[in-house]
Design a protein around this ligand. Structure first.
Ligand code: ZN
Length: 246
């Protein structure tokens, strides 16, 4: 039942995204697909304080997110296994990308690593491939989808997110910015309508960062944020969720 709901949401989001891609969204704009999953209501969710940027590729199985077991709610239930290819860019570009992600999360109590942690309890970002890898028959979902994350408006324990680095031609900055957005979703951040925000879907109006300013949520138009608040400050929300770096 849970997976059926997830799939419906995914299909809906996909339809929506493809439609947007045909409209005013520039081809090089980063895209997203939030995949709502049921909230854990019986206890407080403890956000991970480690994010693993995975360049090795991964074989993911459908299920409730569990990064250490390669289980992902993004993988359609009817797909037995989903092989995400490894990063194909140079080692230098990879290091540049990792440093860029570290910079964006530098204010918060979270470690960005690129070796798989030995202890469970981390967000995993698989960086490689294209959205076409999501379909076993190889059908491209949309050439402009550059990342995917589960999203339900709060931190998702052990979340698995995808960044389609091949679609981004392994460009360090763009890969970094998509990764930052997908990690943001895994920590509960909605899309921002602030054009400089890393959570924004708009044409950038300056160097992107997690803005310390309240802005409406939305992709192509303003709407209330997922949690019902009229606005979001990405920076404040991350501080609240993760705490400041000490
Ligand atoms: Zn997004």
């Amino acid at each position: 039942m849970r997976t059926a709901v997830t799939l419906a949401a995914l299909a809906l989001a996909l339809g929506c995204e493809i439609q947007e891609a045909e409209g005013s969204v520039a081809p090089d704009e980063q895209e997203y697909i939030p995949v709502p999953i049921p909230e854990i209501t019986d206890r407080d969710v403890k956000p991970a304080h480690v994010v693993y940027l995975n360049r090795e590729g991964a074989v993911l199985t459908s299920g409730r997110d569990d990064s250490s077991r390669n289980l992902s709610s993004i993988v359609p239930q009817e797909t037995p296994e989903l092989a995400i290819p490894a990063w194909r860019g140079t080692a230098a570009r990879w290091d540049q990308m990792v440093e860029c992600v570290r910079g964006h999360f530098g204010a918060y109590d979270v470690e960005i690593v690129d070796q798989r942690p030995t202890v469970p309890g981390y967000v995993m970002v698989v960086v490689g491939g294209t959205a076409g890898d999501l379909r076993p028959d190889g059908v491209e979902l949309s050439g402009t989808i550059t990342g995917l994350a589960p999203f339900n408006g709060q931190a998702i324990e052990n979340a698995v997110t995808l960044v389609f680095a091949r679609t981004l031609r392994e460009n360090a900055q763009r890969t970094c910015e998509v990764a930052a957005m997908e990690i943001g979703h895994a920590f509960g951040l909605d899309h921002s309508r602030h054009c400089r925000d890393l959570m924004s879907f708009q044409r950038p109006c300056g160097a992107r960062r997690f803005m310390d300013e309240e802005a409406p949520c939305g992709t192509t138009e303003d709407r209330p944020c997922f949690d019902g608040a009229p606005t979001q400050s990405s920076h404040a929300r991350l501080l609240q969720t993760l705490g400041p770096r000490l």
